[in-house]
Structures are given as structure tokens and as C-alpha cells.
Design a protein around this ligand. Structure first.
Ligand code: ZN
Length: 362
């Protein structure tokens, strides 16, 4: 073999080895993100079947803070171990009542969304935990990062939807935890321009991934406006849950949202300071009697751990939050509904079937 052909061969060998090693080095990296099989839900520990959800609480928070809490973190840093311990206690209480799934709907720009915590909690307790991607309202979220881009004409719905889709299909940061729902919100009495962008982004992401949209409404209004915009943009109404309708005492408002074909959530049961127990009881009972049980979900919107310094309540409010607990629906609200004539079948519909159907779009 000539000098020249020998060097040709060695270049070939080196190149082949390089390609070969590149393939084997990169293969495990690519394999690390597996596509969620069709029809399955992203739990924080991986895909689960909708049939595995069981009794579900659709709107809770393991840890939460309003944006800006991190500015005070020198005084009150995040304590992962304490959050783990407190939340394990809360989850065990919920499990005593047969709760199988909790959705933590904390959006990206609030404090407290913590995939590592969710994973640890799910592993230690066996609870199904589903977490969210999404952005909060303009006045309670952190819109400035986005709105300063909008000034220069950048396309917010497109940019936001890229974020949501990546967190649903590839995972949140490098945690490997994929979001299972999209969380959005709007201000009262009217949605802002920024929030309109967030809603549009949510629909783009739903069309691409099939994931449900869960909303926050501020005050006693906004649900109809949200449902109309989401549907106009092309969302599947059966994959939309309009949240915090229990902010309103007015059953006609609830029915106006229901007429859009979406799910509604009485998801602040126990926050009696917003709407008293008896008012929620009367409204849910009446809606069940009128045949709406298959569009209603119940949850508490509890926050088990607040990041940052603790809010100290004035004396007169000391008892105001006594019912804001993870077992309040199971222990107090469901028995009260039954006493009003709501059937076991309707309760199963609200607590088991509707959560599953929201993911299935049924
Ligand atoms: Zn919430």
C-alpha cells in the first residue's frame, strides 16, 4: 500500500470511529427525552393512563409565592426539606380520603413551581402529581419580561407557546419533568392585552400537544370572556377548565360559562372569606339538580407552603382560613352535598370522571 492510500485509509478509520462514537455518545442523550405515548398524561414521574387518576383535586399548590418573593430571599430563603416534610403530611391526610391525584397549577412566573419537589413527593407518597406550564395574570404574575419585548413588536403568543410546548414535550428546564396542563389567568373586570397573548399561546400549545388548559379568574367575573376567547382561538372546550368560578355567588354566571361547553371549577372550597360554605353548597347542589354535574370540578386552591416571609394575619382573621385545608371537600363539603340530595354518582362524576375526561377531551 502506498503512503498516500495508507493515509487515506487512516483518515477513513478515524472518521468512522468518530462517527461511531458520536452516535453512541449522543444516542443516550437523545433517548433521555421520550415522547409521551398518545392518550397518556404527563405526571411528574412520567406518563400515566387517564384511568389511573382516580379521585382528583384539580387546583392546589404545594408551594407558592407571588413574584418578587425572591427579592426577600436573604431574609427568608427557600427550605426544600421543610417543604418536603410539610407536603408529605398534607398528602397523607388527602390519601386517607382516597385522593389519588393532585394537580399543582403553579404557573412559571409565580414562585414555588418546583419539579424536584413534586418528583420527591410523588416518589415518597405514591400520589399522582401533575404540574403546569403557563403564565399568570398581568397584575399578579411577572409580565415585564414579556411586555418589554412586545414594545419592539415581538410576537408574544408565538414565544410563549414555544415555551409551553417545550415544557410539555421535552420537560421543564433540565429536570426531565414534563408539564401536564397549561395554566393561564386573566384580570377582573377585563382581560388585558398581555393576558390575551397568554390565552392565545395556550391555545397554540393545546393544539400542538392536546394538553388541557386550566384558568384563574380574578374576582367574580371573567369566566365567560376566557371561554369565548379560548374557543374562538380554536381550543377544545372539553379540554378547558375555567377556574375560581366559586369567586362568584351568582349561579347565572356559572350557567353562562357552562353554556360554552367548558368545565367549571368550584376550586376555592374552604376559602370562606371569598364565598361562604353555604353559598357554594347551594350553588353546586342546584347545578347538579339542573344536570350540570358532568361539567363541574371541585378543589381548594390550598397553598401548603408560602415562600418568603410569612404573612401575619390580624386577630379578627385568625379563624378565617380554618377550612382552607386539603381534606375540607372530602370531610365536610361532599357529605353536605349528599345531605342536600346530590347523589353518589354525581359526586363520582365531579371527583373522578370529569378530571379524567378533561384530559381525554370528552
Ligand atoms: Zn391557585
Amino acid at each position: 500500500m502506498s503512503q498516500r492510500s495508507r493515509s487515506k485509509v487512516s483518515v477513513f478509520v478515524i472518521l468512522s470511529l468518530l462517527l461511531f462514537s458520536l452516535f453512541f455518545v449522543s444516542a443516550p442523550l437523545q433517548a433521555a427525552v421520550k415522547a409521551t405515548p398518545p392518550g397518556m398524561i404527563n405526571s411528574v414521574l412520567g406518563p400515566i393512563s387517564p384511568d389511573k387518576l382516580g379521585i382528583s383535586l384539580m387546583h392546589e399548590h404545594f408551594t407558592f409565592a407571588y413574584p418578587g418573593w425572591y427579592a426577600d430571599a436573604t431574609i427568608a430563603p427557600e427550605d426544600f426539606k421543610a417543604a418536603l416534610k410539610i407536603n408529605i403530611g398534607v398528602i397523607k391526610t388527602a390519601q386517607k380520603y382516597g385522593i389519588k391525584t393532585i394537580i399543582d397549577v403553579t404557573p412559571n412566573d409565580a414562585g414555588g413551581r418546583n419539579p424536584a419537589l413534586y418528583k420527591a413527593l410523588a416518589k415518597k407518597t405514591g400520589l399522582n402529581i401533575i404540574c403546569a406550564t403557563g403564565l399568570y395574570t398581568e397584575h399578579e404574575g411577572a409580565p415585564t419580561y414579556w411586555t418589554t419585548k412586545a414594545v419592539w413588536g415581538m410576537n408574544l403568543p408565538k414565544m410563549m407557546s414555544e415555551l409551553f410546548i417545550k415544557e410539555i414535550t421535552m420537560g421543564i428546564g433540565k429536570t426531565g419533568v414534563k408539564a401536564g396542563v397549561i395554566k393561564i389567568g386573566s384580570s377582573s373586570p377585563k382581560m388585558t392585552t398581555y393576558e390575551t397573548s397568554v390565552h392565545k399561546a395556550a391555545v397554540i400549545a393545546q393544539k400542538s400537544t392536546g394538553v388541557p388548559i386550566i384558568t384563574h379568574t380574578d374576582g367574580p367575573l371573567g369566566g365567560v370572556e376566557q371561554a369565548e376567547l379560548l374557543i374562538a382561538e380554536g381550543a377544545n372546550p372539553k379540554k378547558v377548565m375555567i377556574g375560581h368560578v366559586s369567586n362568584s355567588k351568582d349561579i347565572e354566571y356559572h350557567k353562562a360559562i357552562l353554556a360554552k361547553g367548558v368545565y367549571i371549577a368550584f376550586d376555592r372550597i374552604g376559602l370562606d372569606i371569598i364565598t361562604p360554605f353555604d353559598v357554594n353548597l347551594k350553588n353546586v347542589t342546584e347545578l347538579c339538580k339542573q344536570g350540570y354535574a358532568n361539567q363541574i370540578m371541585l378543589s381548594h386552591d390550598t397553598v401548603n407552603v408560602w415562600l418568603g416571609r410569612q404573612t401575619v394575619l390580624p386577630e379578627q382573621f385568625a379563624k378565617a382560613f380554618d377550612n382552607w385545608r386539603i381534606d375540607h371537600i372530602s370531610k365536610d363539603f361532599l357529605p353536605a352535598l349528599k345531605a342536600q340530595g346530590v347523589t353518589d354518582e354525581q359526586i363520582k362524576t365531579m371527583m373522578v370522571d370529569n378530571p379524567k375526561n378533561l384530559f381525554l377531551g370528552k
